[in-house]
Design a protein around this ligand. Structure first.
Ligand code: AMP
Length: 166
């Protein structure tokens, strides 16, 4: 396990009882350039056109990765934030549903999908499906933290790169 781990704060019962929240803000403050480099390793950037970041911690990480690798950045946002034309994907949460949106693409492209934490995988699965609906081929998914005990992404052979695995 990376020395990054000591800069992640585990916050019990946030935002809801029973959730142990991984607070990455101390890590971003102390080691930001190295974190961005680590998240960018193991990806064949020659086959990537853009970085897609998921609101909102995926913006911080994904935008810095795009800058490091000389790629453009596409934001994927919560419902109602982006102006039309948008393309949307609704997915099921523990209670109710949530919707992700992105601006409708004119041309096909190849992308890397970025977020901070992979937990159950509901968000990342919906994000990948939205990209595919929007003519964006997901070449890799890059996470800072993978809570592997909560999802089956590895077993399913999905192209997931994560720096810290629990
Ligand atoms: P999931 O859809 O369950 O994989 O949840 C992923 C989204 O929720 C990510 O965008 C994370 O930012 C956030 N998230 C879920 N669980 C945690 C956790 N334990 N600590 C911090 N963020 C989390």
């Amino acid at each position: 396990m990376h020395s990054f781990e000591s800069h992640i704060r585990n916050v019990p019962d946030f935002p809801k009882p029973g959730i142990v929240f991984k607070d990455i803000t101390p890590l971003l403050q102390e080691r930001f350039p190295e974190v961005i480099e680590a998240m960018s390793l193991g990806i064949n950037w020659n086959e990537v056109d853009f970085v897609v970041g998921i609101e909102s911690r995926g913006f911080i990480l994904g935008a810095a990765m795009a800058q490091l690798k000389g790629k453009g950045f596409i934001p994927m946002r919560k419902k109602g934030k982006l102006p039309p034309p948008v393309i949307a994907e609704t997915y099921t949460l523990e209670y109710g549903t949530d919707t992700l949106e992105m601006i409708k693409e004119e041309r096909p492209a190849r992308i890397v999908l970025v977020d901070d934490v992979l937990a159950t995988g509901g968000t990342l699965r919906a994000a990948a499906s939205l990209c595919m609906k929007n003519k964006l081929e997901v070449k890799a998914m890059s996470l800072l933290i993978n809570l592997t005990f909560l999802n089956k992404f590895k077993e399913e052979g999905l192209p997931v790169h994560s720096v810290l695995n629990y």
